[in-house]
Design a protein around this ligand. Structure first.
Ligand code: ZN
Length: 173
């Protein structure tokens, strides 16, 4: 059975629902939705694809998953203004972002940066596999090359269960 060697995390839908319901992000910035215009392609951190003209999006401040410590950052991210499909963590590398050059930033257990590399689209799977094979790497962020803004997080897929028929329908409490 084929399993991805890594797991990709978008912003959890439950967090987005909480922020949308509150009408403000976690830094108390009020949500001000806008409509995507022709020629704009804001990258959505909820669905991990670029937004299409006519979609309603909003820019929020967000603290991405990180081991903690002084290197943790909060930064601006676009998300859908309304409830959306989101992204399954087991979908592999996001197809909607695969054409983009990205900065891959690996963090260690103490949250320190252990590696930064700008990666071409064709190389991203190999570089991710190599980074996640390093025991000192705890988590990897994909970030925008110029602005450095957070896009999504990548973890090892070792905790992903290889689906086994035995589990299905097991009536445990
Ligand atoms: Zn979305």
């Amino acid at each position: 059975m084929t399993t991805a060697t890594f797991m990709v995390s978008a912003i959890p839908p439950s967090e987005l629902e909480r922020i949308r319901a509150r009408g403000a992000d976690d830094l108390d910035n009020p949500l001000i939705p806008g409509v995507v215009q022709d020629g704009e392609k804001p990258p959505l951190r909820c669905c991990l694809r670029e937004a299409l003209p006519g979609e309603r999006v909003v820019l929020i401040s967000y603290r991405p998953p990180h081991p903690g410590g002084p290197y943790a950052e909060v930064g601006p991210v676009f998300v859908h203004a309304d409830r959306c499909e989101g992204f399954s963590p087991h979908s592999g590398y996001p197809a909607g972002f695969r054409h983009r050059r990205q900065l891959l930033r690996a963090y260690g257990r103490g949250g320190e940066q252990v590696h930064n590399q700008i990666v071409e689209p064709a190389d991203v799977d190999a570089v991710l596999a190599q980074l996640l094979s390093r025991p000192e790497v705890e988590i990897v962020h994909s970030r925008n090359v110029l602005a450095g803004c957070y896009m999504f997080a990548i973890n090892r897929a070792s905790s992903v269960e290889v689906s086994d028929p035995v589990e299905v329908g097991n009536p445990v409490s």
